[in-house]
Structure formats: C-alpha cells, structure tokens
Ligand binder design. Structure first.
Ligand code: 2P0
Length: 370
C-alpha cells in the first residue's frame, strides 16, 4: 500500500480584509488581514493524497468533488505541488501523486471554498512529502496549554509549538495557491502578516488567539440569491490596485488601525467594538470596490437589506450583531450565543428564510426568500 494522507480544513472568514497584491505571482498582499476560522464539523474540505506506483501512473492526478480534473488547467495547484516537491528530501518525491478533494458545502454557498481547499491540500502535501518536519500535522485545531499532566504537558506543549511553527511555514506555500487559504492553516483568530521580503518568505499566517479565547462567539453564514455574474477576487483586486485611489488609505491606514482595535476587543471580550470594527472594515473594503473603475458591486439589494436590519436591531437592543461581506452578496453575521435565539427568530421571520440548518458552531441559512 502506497503512503496516503487525509486532511480536513475549514474555511475562514476575514474580519479585516485582504484586498490587493504587492506581487501577483507570489501572492504577497498589500496589507495584513485578520480572520476567524470556522469550526470544521460541517463546513470543510476533505482531501486525500497518495503516492502512486510510478510504473502505473505517469502523471499527477486530481479529482474534485468526484470529478476528474485536468490538472494542467489548475495552474496554482500545479505550482503548489512543485513548490512542496522542491522542499522535500524524500527519495521518492518525484513519484506521481493522486489528489482527491471534496467540499462538504455547495459551491453555491459562496464560501471561499478555495481557502479551505488549498489549505487542506497544503496540509496533505506537507505531511506526504514530510516538508518542514516528519511528524504528521494534527488534523484538529491546535489549542496551546491544554495538557494536564505536568511532565507530559511540557512535551505536549513543545510538540504543539513545533506544529504551529511548521504550519506558519507551510502557510507561506499555501498562500501561493490562494492568498486567503494561508489563514485556514490555523483554527481560532488568525493574522496573515503581509511580510517585508521580496521573495514572500515572511508572508505567513499566525494564530493570534485560539478559538477557546471567546467560546460565546457565534458565526452565522447566510446565503442570499445572486443574479449578478461575480468578478473573481483575483481580477477584482487587480483592478482595484490599478484604479482605486482609496485602496492606499485602506491598506496603509484603515486596516492597521482596525487590526489593532479588533485584537484589543477580542482580548477584553468587548463585543461592541469587535462588531463595529468588523462592520466598518467590511464597508471600507466594499468602498474600495466602489472606488474601483469600472466599479465592482459585490453587495446586492438583499445584502443591503441585511445591513439595514442589523443596524435597526442594534439601535434598539445595543450592539448585539455584526456583519461582514466578502467578494459576494452573502452576509456572515457575528453575535454572542446569548443573543442568537431572539435575533434568529426575528431574522428568519423578516426574511422568510426556509431550510434553516441549525448547526452547533455556525449556521447556514440556505435558500433564503428575500
Ligand atoms: C479575504 N477575500 O481577506 C478577502 C476579502 C475576498 C474579500 O481573500 O487571488 O481567493 O487567490 O489571493 O484569496 C478572496 O481572495 O484571492 C479574499 P487570491 P483569494 O478573505
């Protein structure tokens, strides 16, 4: 039996957004970004990679959601495999591999499937080719300092620190497959440090807080109908970099300030600041899109109705809910557990949402009738 590795990676949601590259080839961003990684129990990409018998297979193979793919047309994946091979010292590193990847959520959910997809692939390849270490990376989210027995605890903690460091290094490879994927190399709250080196080696993700730092926090992923043809993130950011004047202020002033604010808010569990900074940064990002020429409209009428609804709710009850939107119309809502039932009741009634799937850590509101 040839060596085989399976990994699961969840998507992440940017609270402070990445938009624009300093270097398009290496995917080095203009600014740091900050995200929360969703719990991987319902939303994830599961990927298996294995070495094949070099006598039987001549080329690497890739299957996505049970459909065989032409690997050559997935240039970033080809590039990712090459980068991992280059760093491996396994004697059989040039043997062909087979990749089998599945998303647990439909593409229509508009979740950044590339973030979990590329992260899962990087985990797998890192393990298979033993890059930056020979121990298998743990599949679940890393939480430092949880061990109880003192002596074993120290060893365990050292192992976890090594694991985190290795993930950081691998995140610099994942980044080159798709920028936002580097943040899915960790659970909890994650910062992607833009870095200063021209070769991108210090452009890496870092876990800032494990998810246990704020267990009351909930994330609701909603899906609205979208009629518009989406401008891909890669093209959208290129156009913004070329034409928007506001993007400079966004990347050099707004984002650094917001990252500082959000870290403080998480540390002091100040939900009001946390939600306000998240909403403002999302609005600032969409302002960059509007300032792009021709403008890019990711938000639609449904998104705007949700924004109005959240602000009306917060006007009445105090800041209980925050929203954020990526390169699409789907709202992601944040709130504390205690405020979820009443908000959800009103939200579902107002927007006549069907097929509510209530999951433990995050929820997907599918087929909403706006
Ligand atoms: C983010 N987005 O920080 C931002 C916010 C969308 C809006 O990262 O070209 O798929 O592969 O680096 O990572 C989506 O862009 O783009 C994205 P590439 P990616 O999550």
């Amino acid at each position: 039996m040839e060596k085989e590795i399976t990994c699961v990676a969840p998507p992440n949601i940017a609270l402070i957004k990445y938009w624009g590259k300093k270097d398009e080839n290496l995917i080095i961003p203009l600014n740091n970004s900050f995200s929360i990684t969703l719990d991987s129990s319902d939303l994830f990409t599961k990927t298996t990679v294995r070495f094949c018998d070099p006598k039987k297979n001549e080329e690497d193979k890739f299957t996505l959601n049970e459909k065989p793919q032409k690997l050559a047309s997935h240039k970033r994946i080809v590039n990712l495999i090459a980068k991992i091979r280059e760093k491996s010292s396994l004697p059989n590193k040039d043997d062909p591999i087979e990749i089998d990847s599945m998303n647990s959520f439909p593409t229509a959910a508009g979740l950044a499937s590339s973030s979990s997809g590329i992260a899962a692939l990087t985990y797998c390849l890192g393990n298979l080719f033993e890059v930056y270490g020979t121990e298998p990376l743990q599949l679940d989210q890393v939480e430092i300092g949880k061990s109880t027995k003192k002596q074993e605890g120290k060893n365990e903690e050292n192992k976890q620190v090594a694991d985190l460091l290795r993930r950081e290094k691998l995140s610099a490879i994942s980044r080159q497959g798709s920028g936002s994927s580097c943040r899915s190399m960790f659970g909890g709250f994650v910062e992607w440090i833009a870095g200063e080196k021209n070769d991108g080696s210090d452009s890496r993700a870092k876990q800032i807080f494990p998810k246990s730092v704020w267990p009351e926090l909930r994330v609701l992923v909603c899906v609205v109908r979208s009629e518009q043809k989406k401008v891909s993130s890669t093209l959208g950011m290129r156009r913004s970099v070329e034409t928007s004047e506001y993007i400079d202020k966004f990347s050099t002033k707004v984002v650094p300030k917001n990252i500082k604010q959000i870290k403080q808010a998480i540390q002091s569990q100040d939900f009001e600041t946390f939600a306000n900074v998240t909403m403002k940064n999302s609005n600032a990002f969409h302002s960059v899109c509007l300032d792009t020429f021709p403008p890019i409209f990711y938000l639609n009428q449904d998104s705007k109705k949700v924004i109005d609804f959240v602000h009306s709710w917060n006007d009445i009850f105090g800041t209980q809910v925050g929203y954020t939107f990526d390169a699409g119309p789907n709202p992601v809502l944040i709130m504390l557990n205690k405020n979820l039932p009443s908000f959800l009741d009103a939200f579902v009634q107002t927007f006549q949402i069907e097929n509510l799937v209530n999951q433990p850590l995050q929820q997907i509101l599918k087929d909403s009738q706006f």
